[in-house]
Design a protein around this ligand. Structure first.
Ligand code: ATP
Ligand code: MG
Length: 254
């Protein structure tokens, strides 16, 4: 649907009166409908990069454009899903999605229809009337994903969205996300610590060092992805290579 281009991005935070360079000239283009994961050691700047792309954090120098147009803060062209559940606790699952749709300018009846359709997409139709406290972690995250997809953003930005989930639920969510992505196609930036997850989901994996891009790795595995794929030698080869790159970085950093 859309291209996200980041060019020569620089970002520093002040720490104890000292400039802490967090992003030091990052250039990265996510092509139309491309699924790109960002991996790298803790603190290397992944979340900062994603927050800048979301328009939730400003930057010191560089360009961030969507289809050639510079971003101006957050916008409905970009959907965001974070690790922490960000549902509004006083609204039901359905109302949480409707709320986002209203903010996107959709009208009452249409909001309900689209919200129900997206709850169905994440297999939560039966929980439309449930409040966040009545949902499990995985269910809340499914609502958050349904919400982010409901207003049809061109770009989906996800920061460790499955980080808080147990292994089984995480696997189910990965499958759900690939199914949704393979059916609807949109441009995705996905931050994760889980290299297997990155290989399973992505077209391309970006390995970051502290503030810079160390390497970009193509994932030429067949789609649709299938259960058991992560046991294939070609899958394991890519996984090993990415892990090696991250470890190499960590060693150099230490
Ligand atoms: N609001 C902030 N103020 C000051 N420093 C910050 C802020 N946000 C991030 N940083 C610093 O920027 C660096 C990168 O942080 P960031 O959260 O982007 O890392 P990350 O790669 O997402 O790490 P993790 O894998 O642990 O989530 C860290 O050194 C962090 O201390
Ligand atoms: Mg982070």
């Amino acid at each position: 649907m859309s291209t996200l281009a980041i060019q020569n991005l620089h970002k520093s935070f002040m720490l104890n009166n000292q400039e802490n360079k967090v992003l030091d000239g990052i250039s990265l283009t996510l092509a139309d409908n491309e699924f790109v994961s960002i991996v790298g050691m803790s603190g290397c700047g992944k979340s900062t990069l994603l927050s800048i792309a979301a328009g939730l954090e400003d930057f010191d120098a560089g360009d961030v454009t969507v289809d050639g147009v510079p971003i101006d803060g957050a916008g409905m062209d970009r959907g965001v899903v974070f690790q922490a559940y960000t549902l509004l606790p006083w609204l039901t699952a359905l109302e949480n999605i409707e709320f986002a749709l209203k903010a996107a300018g959709k009208k009452g009846k249409e909001c309900r229809e689209i919200a129900l359709e997206h709850l169905d997409l994440v297999n939560l139709s039966a929980f439309a009337g449930a409040y966040p406290t009545e949902l499990s972690g995985g269910m809340k995250q499914r609502v958050a994903i349904a919400r982010a997809l409901s207003y049809r953003p061109k770009i989906l930005l996800m920061d460790e969205p499955f980080g808080a989930l147990d292994a089984m639920t995480r696997r189910q969510m990965q499958e759900l996300l690939t199914q949704v992505w393979e059916a609807h196609r949109l441009t995705v930036m996905f931050v994760t610590h889980d290299v297997e997850e990155a290989v399973y989901l992505s077209d391309r994996i970006v390995v970051m060092g502290a503030g810079y891009i160390k390497e970009t790795i193509d994932v030429p595995l067949q789609r649709p992805r299938f259960d058991g794929m992560s046991d294939l030698p070609e899958f394991l080869d890519i996984q090993r290579h990415v892990l090696g790159m991250i470890r190499h970085n960590a060693a150099a950093h230490a």
